[in-house]
Design a binder for this molecule. Structure first.
Ligand SMILES: C[S@@+](CC[C@H](N)C(=O)[O-])C[C@H]1O[C@@H](n2cnc3c(N)ncnc32)[C@H](O)[C@@H]1O
Length: 629
């Protein structure tokens, strides 16, 4: 049996390790994310088979082949203490999974929205198989590393886990609650700690994006420069879209030498060759400059000049229009159009002769682009300011319960610029879930059908905080309550629309299988036990089904129906069967007649070995995908 090891390797390396893993990556018996670089290596092998020796990348061959293109030791890039460990954190598989919580959800059986209560590194790893290449837009608002922030410390080694359960840093399901450490500016690793936290998360986010996908990251000057360089490394400098400046304050504080009035929103896409930002809708203000002074039947228009600053003296002419008005370009200016074109415009009624003898071309509102190009300066009167965002949140949940949330106006701008009406949108530093609120609101406004996935750690609220006093034990509780209340409000305001304001809640939990969570201290005893029953004693069937669903690469929104001893899953119009309990040969025959795309059967569901061999043969004969575990 292939047993994944969860020991971090002792060999420091500046690069991701590229030894292919011995684990069968297509088997459900592997941990999540056990082969993050596997797909990349496969692609590399397709282009450069000669640099592989058996299954491993041969660096010497690569150097020989690409000699002059290999960077010297003095090379451009961002380096920091612990970078190689951050790459190891990226590759380290997770032995955790997600368990459904219908009681905390809204419309669990029908909604396409997801809320995951978990550390985001674990969640992103667990989602890799099901959501790789499926997320159109990611927005994140990570801790800015102001010097007062508590930065999450990733450490998932087993020995530490026991310690953390004992000290209350983890709950008994292995959920990390308090592994935050204050990252003050006088800490020698101030930037490094933050970068170590961000690197693996951004890599995993990159894999989740569709080919035309995009990520927006809010940040301020504390880490803007570091974040831009980190994203250059993860997404490729050529995929930088813009550093949008959000003018988030309308006042200047008089108590310091400089008053910061903006934040950055750094935007990178997966592939700049195919990604384009959407246009912004035209505003009433922009349309106001279009009037209809002469009752033109083509509607409102705005005057544009028919002369320009540059041109050739040879092209200067005088023209007399049929209405007797003569025109020549003013001194120092040149005609923008030829005489013939101007005459044509005259006959179309597209010229306006003003009182001062000037002539303008009419630009009709009906003919301009329906949208406008987005600039990089975002003013608070278009996208809201921090003060207003606090008010917006307070109106729904209460004052002082969550500090400095972003606002729905800002998020609607970002979502509108980057998604289409059916896109899936992910925020894995969800905080108070402004992104979910904005997705639902925008869907209500433009009849969209976007879905959201929120990830938020159940970070404990301080006992003295307003949040705690209001009954919110952790931040995930605040986020879920906001979605519930905002969803109900949006629904009530749009009674005629069929809006999805529900969400399915999932929580991080340890694997339901002993096999995938072996503890090295009693490996032999557990391995023997595992042959008899691979499941943990308290494992709930529906949790096992969701764990298998994720390992099969299916979405968390797949529908699940239990019928005749079989869990039938339906995802993207394909059906899948999961069998956890004993079935007869006839029952297996019934599954075969339904031709599922894949059938997964627990070993213990076979009456005996000969039934197992028969069933395997029958699925093979029927050319159906089958796995027993
Ligand atoms: C700046 S807030 C996001 C605010 C959010 N944009 C809003 O409008 O409410 C960052 C959030 O990320 C959460 N967070 C920090 N580290 C995390 C981690 N490792 N996994 C999941 N959430 C995390 C924090 O609990 C915090 O609520």
């Amino acid at each position: 049996m292939n047993q994944p090891t969860n020991q971090p390797t002792n060999q420091p390396t500046n690069q991701p390790t590229n030894q292919p893993t011995n684990q069968p990556t297509n088997s459900l018996k592997t941990a999540h994310n056990s082969d993050f670089f596997g797909e990349k290596l496969t692609k590399l092998r397709q282009i450069l088979p000669e640099i592989f020796s058996e299954h491993a990348l041969d660096l010497d061959k690569l150097k020989t082949l690409l000699g002059e293109h290999i960077a010297s030791n003095e090379r451009y890039g961002l380096n920091w203490a612990g970078k190689s460990a951050a790459y190891q954190a990226l590759q380290r598989p997770t032995y955790n999974t997600l368990a459904p919580c219908p009681d905390e959800s809204v419309d669990f059986d029908t909604t396409q929205n997801i809320f995951i209560e978990s550390d985001n590194l674990e969640a992103l790893k667990i989602l890799q198989k099901s959501y790789a290449g499926k997320i159109k837009m990611i927005y994140i608002d990570p801790p800015y590393n102001t010097g007062n922030d508590f930065i999450y410390h990733d450490d998932f080694s087993q020995s530490k886990k026991d310690y953390e359960i004992a000290t209350g840093d983890r709950d008994i399901n292995g959920q990390l609650l308090k592994s935050f450490k204050k990252n003050s500016k006088d800490n020698g690793h101030y930037h490094s700690n933050w970068l170590n936290m961000m690197l693996p998360r951004l890599h995993l986010a990159h894999t989740l994006l569709t080919d035309d996908g995009v990520i927006f990251i809010s940040i301020d000057d504390n880490e803007q420069a570091q974040l831009k360089l980190l994203c250059d490394e993860v997404f490729g400098g050529e995929n930088f879209v813009a550093d949008f400046i959000w003018n988030n304050k309308y006042t200047v504080s008089n108590d310091t030498d400089v008053s910061y009035q903006h934040e950055h929103i750094i935007c990178f896409c997966k592939n700049r060759d195919i990604f384009e930002l959407n246009l912004l809708p035209r505003t009433e203000k922009q349309n106001k400059s279009y009037k209809n002074k002469d009752n033109d039947p083509k509607g409102a228009w705005k005057p544009t000049s028919i002369h320009a600053r540059s041109g050739s003296a040879n092209n200067i002419y005088e023209i007399e229009f049929p209405n007797g008005i003569k025109w020549t370009a003013p001194v120092g200016r040149y005609p923008r159009y030829s005489k013939d074109t101007l005459m044509e415009l005259y006959h179309q009624g597209a010229l306006y002769f003003n009182k001062n003898g000037g002539v303008d071309r009419k630009t009709y509102l009906s003919e301009v682009r329906q949208g406008v190009t987005c600039g990089t300066l975002w003013n608070y009167d278009e996208v809201g300011h921090s003060h207003g965002n606090n008010e917006e949140f307070s109106e729904i949940i209460g004052k002082g319960i969550f500090n400095d949330p972003k606002g729905t106006k800002l998020l609607k701008r970002i979502i509108g610029l980057s998604s289409n009406k059916n896109s899936t949108i992910l925020d894995f530093f969800a905080g108070s879930a402004t992104t979910a609120h904005a997705v639902m609101q925008l869907n209500a406004e433009d009849n969209g059908n976007r879905q959201f996935i929120m990830v938020q750690l159940p970070e404990l609220t301080d006992e003295k905080s307003e949040a705690h006093k209001a009954g919110f034990a952790n931040i995930a509780e605040i986020a879920k309550e906001r979605i519930r209340r905002a969803g109900a409000k949006i629904k009530a305001e749009n009674p005629d629309k069929n809006l999805d304001t529900g969400f399915k809640v999932f929580k991080l939990t340890g694997s339901n299988f002993k096999t995938w969570q072996i503890d090295d201290d009693n490996a032999i005893a557990e391995q023997l036990e595992m042959y008899i029953n691979p499941l943990k004693d308290n494992a709930k069937e529906i949790d096992i089904v969701y764990e298998l669903l994720l390992k099969m690469g299916l979405k968390l929104t797949a529908t699940i129906e239990f019928k005749d001893g079989v869990y039938w899953l339906n995802c993207e119009n394909k059906s899948y069967a999961i069998v956890l309990n004993t079935l007869s040969q006839d029952d297996f025959n019934a599954i075969i007649t339904k031709k599922p795309s894949k059938t997964v059967v627990l070993d213990k569901a076979f009456l005996n070995d000969s039934e197992k061999s028969n069933v395997i043969l029958q699925f093979k004969d029927a050319n159906l995908n089958f796995e027993s575990i």
